[in-house]
Design a protein around this ligand. Structure first.
Ligand code: NI
Length: 163
């Protein structure tokens, strides 16, 4: 298990547009494993490569359902519908949260770890996580979309939805 250091809001890497992954390499495979380890270690529901300082279009998500981990490479949102407004946090801004409106349904196309195309449909938390992580790949943090003020959240891993 290898943990990577998560960049904190304000870090230049979090403001960059990430590059597509062209081919899978042992180095990229290791990055993905480390991203999963880091996300689980911090009780996050998602993590994007730029959050560990790598400007590649890779995100990992696990909302704690029976599916387990999603690895999305070069994700591309194909379709959205509906709306949800709820609390959102980010591992790059620990201890804080804010209210963000997102689509309630998202359909996303991506490549998996074997570079095979996959299509995933998500609602509610999964839709929120997909949107949040895809934003990271464009250099966008959720704080730019927060309605009202950020607020402090207590350290209760069970209820955290940090991505
Ligand atoms: Ni985040």
């Amino acid at each position: 298990m290898a943990l990577r250091q998560v960049r904190i809001y304000g870090d230049e890497k979090l403001k960059k547009v990430c590059r597509p992954v062209q081919m899978m390499t042992p180095r990229t495979k290791m990055l993905i494993r480390d991203m999963l380890d880091t996300m689980y270690d911090l009780n996050g529901v998602g993590l994007a490569a730029p959050q560990v300082g790598v400007l590649k279009r890779i995100v990992v998500i696990d909302i704690g359902d029976e599916h387990g981990a999603y690895v999305l490479i070069n994700p591309e949102i194909l379709e959205t519908s509906g709306e949800q407004t709820g609390q959102e946090g980010c591992l790059s801004l620990p201890g804080q949260a804010g209210m963000v409106t997102r689509p309630n349904y998202v359909k996303v196309k991506a490549l998996d770890e074997d570079m095979n195309e996959i299509v995933i449909e998500g609602e509610e938390l999964l839709a929120r996580a997909i949107c949040h992580e895809c934003d990271h790949l464009e250099g966008i943090m959720y704080v730019e979309k927060v309605e009202g003020e950020l607020f402090e959240v207590t350290d209760e891993p069970e209820e955290d939805e940090e991505a």
